[in-house]
Ligand binder design. Sequence first.
Ligand SMILES: NC(=O)C1=CN([C@@H]2O[C@H](COP(=O)(O)OP(=O)(O)OC[C@H]3O[C@@H](n4cnc5c(N)ncnc54)[C@H](OP(=O)(O)O)[C@@H]3O)[C@@H](O)[C@H]2O)C=CC1
Ligand SMILES: O=C(O)C(=O)CO
Length: 320
Amino acid sequence: MTRLSCAILDDYFDLALSVADWPRIKDRVDVTVFDEPFASEADAAAKLKDVEIICAMRERTPFPRTLLVQLPKLKLLITSGMRNASIDAEAAKERSIVFCGTQYSRDPTAALTMGLILELTRGIGRENARMHAGEPWQTFAGTEIEGKTLGIIGLGKLGSKVAGMAKPFGMNVIAWSPNLTPEKCKEAGAGYASKDELFATSDIVTIHVVLSPRSRGLVSAADIARMKPSAYLVNTARGPIVDEDALFAALRDRKIAGAGIDVFAVEPLPTDHPLRKLNNVVITPHLGYATREGLQMHYQQMVECIDAFTKGAEPPRRLA
Ligand SMILES: NC(=O)C1=CN([C@@H]2O[C@H](COP(=O)(O)OP(=O)(O)OC[C@H]3O[C@@H](n4cnc5c(N)ncnc54)[C@H](OP(=O)(O)O)[C@@H]3O)[C@@H](O)[C@H]2O)C=CC1
Ligand SMILES: O=C(O)C(=O)CO
């Protein structure tokens, strides 16, 4: 049987081969792991030009049409997640590349959202850093979240999960998104609010809509200006949903109390990005999904997909 060459991309945690059942397909594929990002599109094209199967990790390596046309041997492209805005699915389809995804739990991103909320309101990380530096006493008087209002933008899988997690903390949960109904809010145990009300009354606003042309810039400068000076904004969805410049200005000028941000307009966040200099933001490097259990699910589903494909069967979770 002809063996296919398979590239696992962006395995920064060096986990891919140890957490999934790759031996199951070792008689059919030769696997190469890339544990660092490519330097450029030209670098990716040069290193992947002979590859027939690619396992992509989220949007880390983009696959625009310009790159796909430089990969003449590519037959199967699998991304983690069921959406990947940086893969040109149309161009893949035109090239008859089979494009599949993987599915996984929303829990880790909901947990990270709660973590960011707790970090912003209790300063655990910053006080930890000071303790390690030998400082004796606390410098941060926190804010209690019990009785406070959490405004959720987007009450889908993640938004609902966060609503469920916030309730036992005693938070009052309200929600809004363009197609959200009061009935759906009731199901998730949240109050329904208009967009303006949500921004004006929430102590913490957290974003959980999908990024698409209709949600790009959904959280505008005017929305941020409506927030209370004591309020925090949390974004674990996608950077371009928020007007990042307006958010930066509001944080810099202390118009709002702070922000917890896992996703940025440009990722990785440039090393000289001004957000890195502000002491009222907690920033994480797109950490939401990154748990051992979640990555194990991704890689195992990738193995299953390659297994089916190399046996000539329809691979699961086909996207195009
Ligand atoms: N930080 C991380 O590591 C992770 C981030 N995420 C991100 O979290 C976000 C929410 O995920 P999840 O809850 O599973 O999403 P859902 O599919 O459950 O959708 C959430 C909400 O987004 C809105 N929406 C749905 N489709 C679109 C669309 N095409 N364009 C604009 N808005 C849309 C809907 O609200 P309405 O129609 O009312 O607008 C919906 O209720 C996503 O952006 C996802 O990528 C997910 C996992 C990990
Ligand atoms: O699934 C997503 O949307 C993520 O951000 C990470 O996998």
